[in-house]
Design a protein around this ligand. Sequence first.
Ligand code: MEV
Length: 321
Amino acid sequence: MEDWNMLSAKQTTSSAPGKLMLFGEHAVVFNHPCIVTAVDQRIYAQVELNESGKLELVSPQLTYTRDLGNLGSPADHPKEAQFVVEAVKLFTSKHMLAGIKIETHNSFSSQFGFGSSSAVTVAVLHALHTITEVSITKNELFSMAYQCVLNVQGLGSGFDLAAAIWGGTLFFVTGGKTIEPIVCPSLPLKVAYTGVKADTVTLVKGVAELKKTYPEVVEHLLMSVQSIVLQAKESIHNNNWDKVSQLMNINQGILESLGVSTPLIRQLSDSLKQKGASGVKLSGAGGGDCLIVLQDSDSQTLQDPSLIDVALQAEGVKTET
Ligand code: MEV
């Protein structure tokens, strides 16, 4: 174990991007691939070493202090502190810290479902390694962040962590078995917000229940999603947006069958299509959050109050200077 007691106080800030699922949500929980892009809505973690013997967390939601030697388990902490405390706990199981203050802030609201917990986990772990000058590869950072997420919420494919670490657009298989960049100069997708915050864990459990009741039916649907993801990967790479649109609509149909779409999503999707969208699908767990929208290349610039301005294919985790 290295001891950072001797270091004089210093600080560093890391930032990590949010994510937007393009294809393959839910299927990716069950060992199928998905496609995700990083969005330039970042979370910043500023880390400062001290000798207080404490972890002090200052975030937009709360200020929280714990003894570093007694970080307990996730259930011992308020929801808003769990990912940060667990990240520090995993780090201090390998490297000793004499005291630490972490301040986080977001460039986006957590309501959109851009993955604030994954981005904060990655940004905190990255900043802890940077400040203590412990080198870590992207793959090692992914494994540690994934462990952290599993310890806190017990489930998840880790696709959001990969987006936060690597950035860009990725082809991803459950648990990071494959993490492969998809090279395309730009993604002409728009993002619409439903106005409703989704609860990922409940929706993932709902699909797991459906799969338990109808194993063959649901596995067929998930295999179809896999086929969509593989074709979408090619189509995105080849800039074949007509095909991407069609694949989005088919994927949306399957998500409807899995029970994770809502009347509001359908309504918004119909309205966007009337205004010139050729492909619309929910993005992420469903139940609300965001939709991805592809515009028909012939129609005029799509306008709708639900559309939000986000840059896609953002850079992965980095140190802020
Ligand atoms: C949630 O944004 C996406 C899901 O596939 C869950 C996951 O992959 O962890 C539903």
